[in-house]
Design a protein around this ligand. Structure first.
Ligand SMILES: [Fe+2]
Ligand SMILES: [Fe+2]
Length: 262
């Protein structure tokens, strides 16, 4: 695998495509080559967990290939679209290896992010799609290691990979758990200052809404969101509509809201 990585790194298509890129949400590192460099740094950190030599080189392979065909991809295309960056990367990788599991890891490397987006937006995600992924990927140790490398870069929310590891461990035996998460989720000055909000599920807890709580929000046309002040610092998301003058106590999933700036 080491020789294959070296071949890839001298391939004209690789050398051209890694120059592609501009800063965007989730990828403040700009060009693909900077993303690769960041993942390689992460890999050196992960090495301290005692990963095997063949795992190391397979991870290198995934690092150098998975996002390298963004330059040639149809922007925002579905993961299985023949011209998505994942499909093009898989096709390229298949010139160098017939390891189906590795090729599938390239094809599906962004599915975890798609599932997280669904879950963080609605509290639910496509379980059929997740089941297909669980059945498709064989080496979950390796795949989770790679997703940690890819999900621990500046501009990416580490909450999503933590959530995904937990979901996988409900179904698969793997040595990778939360303790494998890299502690180097650092900020980068390269993209300038970015502000945002991270949401993480705390636990279901009762919330009481005092009479009149929803009045102002109702006036603004918002019927199912409360402010932090109204929930004691938490923030909740659900599809329950209450009257603007009503008081109510109920249990729901509470999301912790953390402001961040980098
Ligand atoms: Fe990707
Ligand atoms: Fe990536």
């Amino acid at each position: 695998m080491k020789e294959i990585v070296q071949q890839i790194m001298t391939d004209a298509r690789y050398l051209k495509n890694i120059e592609y890129g501009r800063p965007r949400p989730g990828h403040p590192e700009r060009k693909v080559k900077y993303h690769i460099a960041e993942l390689e740094e992460n890999l050196e950190t992960l090495k301290s967990r005692g990963i095997a030599e063949d795992q190391y080189w397979k991870l290198k392979f995934l690092i150098h290939v998975h996002d390298t065909f963004k330059a040639e991809a149809v922007p925002d295309s579905a993961i299985l679209h023949p011209n998505s960056h994942a499909s093009l990367a898989r096709k390229f990788a298949s010139e160098f290896t017939d390891d189906t599991d590795l090729l599938n890891m390239i094809q599906y490397h962004d599915v975890n992010f798609a599932l997280w987006k669904q879950f963080s937006g609605t509290g639910f995600y496509d379980t059929a799609r997740f089941s297909t992924l669980l059945e498709t990927i064989m080496d979950w140790d390796l795949f989770l290691m790679f997703l940690i490398l890819d999900g621990s870069t500046s501009g990416k929310d580490p909450v999503k990979i933590r959530w995904f590891i937990k979901e996988v461990r409900k179904h698969k035996e793997t040595i990778v758990d939360e303790s494998w998460l890299l502690q180097n989720w650092t900020t980068s000055g390269e993209f300038g200052s970015v502000q945002g909000v991270l949401m993480s599920v705390i636990h279901p807890q009762p919330i009481s809404i005092t009479p009149g709580s929803g009045t102002v929000l109702k006036l603004l046309g918002v019927t199912h969101k409360l402010t932090r002040a109204q929930t004691g610092g938490a923030y909740y998301l659900f599809e329950f509509e209450f009257g603007p003058g009503a008081g109510i106590v109920f249990t729901c999933i509470v999301m912790k809201m953390n402001s961040f700036m980098f």
